[in-house]
Design a protein around this ligand. Structure first.
Ligand code: NAI
Length: 335
């Protein structure tokens, strides 16, 4: 019997890359049935809601969703729908693997790490005050013991499950003394229960330098919301760019899978988008749904496609359109 999954097409390149996932899943015979909903500016215009009640019901019922990127107005307008969805379903883990792939040219050959970004609090808690008269903006970062503990625990659990050797906690406790203290205390407390895993902590500025010099030294990285957001784009740049890096937002009840990248308005509607990042997010979803054989088969077909430059999209130096890339992956599935 097919598993029903909520699909949010999203904005910008969203329709192109979600079409790619749908075609590849169908060709691979994945027993997933899509329940299509949308959010953001599109539904604000059509039904007057940024997050329609039907979408909330669908996610509550299905517990799993695949999401294309959604536009957030910069410096004005509504609060990020991405952030709202994460908070609404308490999706406290943002898991972003960064791994080098054969065939994709990148600065390093052997990067293999995963970032655990706290996904519900920090500077994304939505606590902003603006004093119009004095022109003062206060953006409050809320970090809690519970929030710190559970994200660090999730990172160590993952490290143990996957046989990873080291967890690196990234912070700025020299300046943000209270928030930093909570994260460091969570790191020290949780690490005691995992004696086989090396624990270290690194200040975020040093972390940036270490990542661009020697990213191979990192395994599992855990950090607060803003640092995780920035570091994961940096890490995407180490392994081939935003077109290839997947992500998952995971809570205790619900999981929403989405690429690290945004709506890419500069290339939207032109058939130039690389669907690999969303496809890899969909593969993470298949592992989550215990559809391991399908996950491995599609993953292999993507890796085989990426080995030949002409089959890749422009961001990877190739000349294929989104649709042609999808066709190549489908061909590889049939080999
Ligand atoms: P972006 O990730 O959309 O684009 C940055 C650069 O990477 C652009 O040059 C773009 O063409 C390229 N790129 C991104 N994805 C690509 C793909 N799949 N294939 C080929 N090239 C790709 O970031 P930007 O421009 O800062 O944000 C645009 C919009 O997306 C904003 O409204 C932002 O708020 C939103 N956004 C949404 C996210 C989400 O829905 N989770 C995450 C990040 C940004």
């Amino acid at each position: 019997m097919a598993t029903t999954v909520t699909l949010i097409e999203g904005d910008g390149i969203g329709p192109e890359i979600t079409t790619s996932v749908k075609r590849i899943f169908e060709a691979a015979g994945v027993p997933v049935q899509w329940e299509e909903e949308n959010a953001g500016q599109t539904t604000l215009e059509s039904v007057g809601e940024l997050i329609p009640a039907t979408l909330v019901e669908s996610i509550k019922k299905n517990k799993v969703a695949l999401k294309g990127p959604l536009t957030t107005p910069v410096g004005k307008g509504f609060k990020s729908v991405n952030v709202q969805l994460r908070q609404l379903f308490d999706l406290y883990q943002n898991v972003r693997p960064c791994v080098t792939t054969e065939g994709i040219s990148s600065r390093f050959k052997d990067v293999n790490m995963v970032i655990f970004r706290e996904n519900t609090e920090g500077l994304y808690a939505g606590l902003e005050i603006f004093d119009e008269r004095l022109q003062i903006a206060d953006s409050i970062s809320r970090v809690t013991w519970e929030g710190s503990y559970r994200i660090v625990k999730a990172a160590f659990d993952y490290a143990q499950r996957r046989g990873c050797k080291k967890v690196t906690l990234v912070h700025k406790a020299n300046i943000l003394k209270n928030a930093g203290r909570l994260m460091l205390k969570a790191g020290e407390t949780v690490a005691k229960d995992y004696p086989g895993i090396t624990y270290e902590n690194v200040i975020v500025d040093n972390m940036c330098m270490q990542l661009v010099l020697k990213p191979q030294q990192f395994d599992v990285v855990v950090t607060t919301n803003l640092f995780g957001d920035i570091l994961s784009d940096l890490c995407a740049g180490l392994v081939g760019g935003l077109g290839v890096v997947a992500g998952a937002n995971i809570g205790d009840e619900v999981a929403i899978f989405e690429a690290v990248h945004g709506t890419a308005p500069d290339i939207a509607g032109q058939g130039k988008a690389n669907p690999t990042a969303l496809l890899r997010s969909a593969i993470m979803m298949l592992y989550h749904l215990d559809m391991v054989d399908h996950a491995k088969r599609i993953s292999h077909a993507i890796d085989e496609t990426l080995k030949i430059k002409e089959q890749c999209t422009g961001d990877l130096g190739g000349s294929a359109s989104t649709q042609q890339f999808t066709d190549y992956v489908i061909q590889k599935l049939q080999n």
